[in-house]
Write a protein that binds this ligand. Structure first.
Ligand code: ATP
Length: 242
């Protein structure tokens, strides 16, 4: 694997019983880039993210994350990955700040700038408030804060802007871009908001029925002046159904 790749999977398969959810998936995310992972409901995005973060074991195939085999060096690797997968769960009676501190302790990180992280996601003024008093969007922001507070090299975010208002979506877009441009982080994310993907992704991957059917940079795709991500996505998905 090239050292310039943050994630590389080859022939990755995952079955739940007789249900083949991922089939021979090859996915490559270059370091310091933003990768948008697209697919209709049930296509296999979350399953892929769970495998990449060690929450699920693949049935077959190779996975390199930051140059290491995640299935073998899981504990070491998790320190360098920040993730947000499924609905975030917090200690509701504790404050946002306390939740971040618990996460840091769990990750074995002694020094971290929780204040700056809270400020980056726009929660600095409510850092002492119990999470039970947070709105859905505030919890989403806190989940993003938790994914990044231990300064990972790689962020894996399943629908990170879900539930955010238009202002929040723009703020998170700017945050993700700055994490990549200033801190050299790599981001793999999924979203059904294709306009958002078009705004920030360098590369997209489309998964259909557990198969990665396309992987292209947006730069390549936009060479066609009439390119429209929504039309492109729908045509690829329909192709896969035929
Ligand atoms: N733990 C599990 N046991 C059995 N089947 C599962 C399990 N997790 C996921 N699946 C199945 O795997 C398939 C892919 O699910 P997955 O959650 O990866 O899709 P997704 O692309 O993330 O969908 P969405 O856009 O709705 O979040 C679905 O058919 C789902 O029912």
């Amino acid at each position: 694997m090239s050292t310039e790749q943050a994630i590389h999977t080859k022939g990755l398969c995952k079955s739940f019983g007789k249900n083949e959810v991922l089939r021979k998936c090859s996915l490559t995310v270059e370091k310091g880039t933003i990768y948008g992972f697209l697919g209709i409901n049930g296509a296999g995005k979350t399953t892929m993210f769970k495998i990449l973060t060690g929450l699920l074991t693949p049935t077959l195939g190779e996975i390199q994350v930051l140059g290491k085999d995640i299935t073998v060096q899981k504990a070491d690797m998790l320190r360098h990955i920040g993730s947000m997968i499924d609905a975030p769960v917090f200690y509701e009676h504790l404050s946002a700040r306390e939740n971040l501190n618990i996460h840091l302790a769990y990750m074995g990180v002694k020094k971290a700038d929780t204040e700056t992280t809270l400020s980056k996601v726009g929660l600095q003024s409510v850092g002492n408030q119990p999470v039970s008093e947070f709105s859905l969007g505030m919890k989403q922001r806190l989940a993003i804060a938790r994914a990044m507070v231990h300064q990972p090299k790689l962020l894996i975010l399943d629908e990170p802007v879900n539930g955010l208002d238009p202002v929040g979506i723009r703020e998170m877009r700017d945050l993700f871009k700055s994490l990549v441009e200033k801190d050299g982080i790599t981001i793999l994310f999924s979203s059904h908001i294709l306009s958002e993907v078009e705004h920030i992704a360098d590369k997209i991957g489309i998964i259909s029925n557990g198969v990665i059917v396309r992987e292209m940079t947006l730069q390549e795709l936009k060479k066609d002046s009439s390119f429209n991500l929504e039309e492109y996505f729908i045509s690829i998905v329909k192709e896969g159904e035929r």
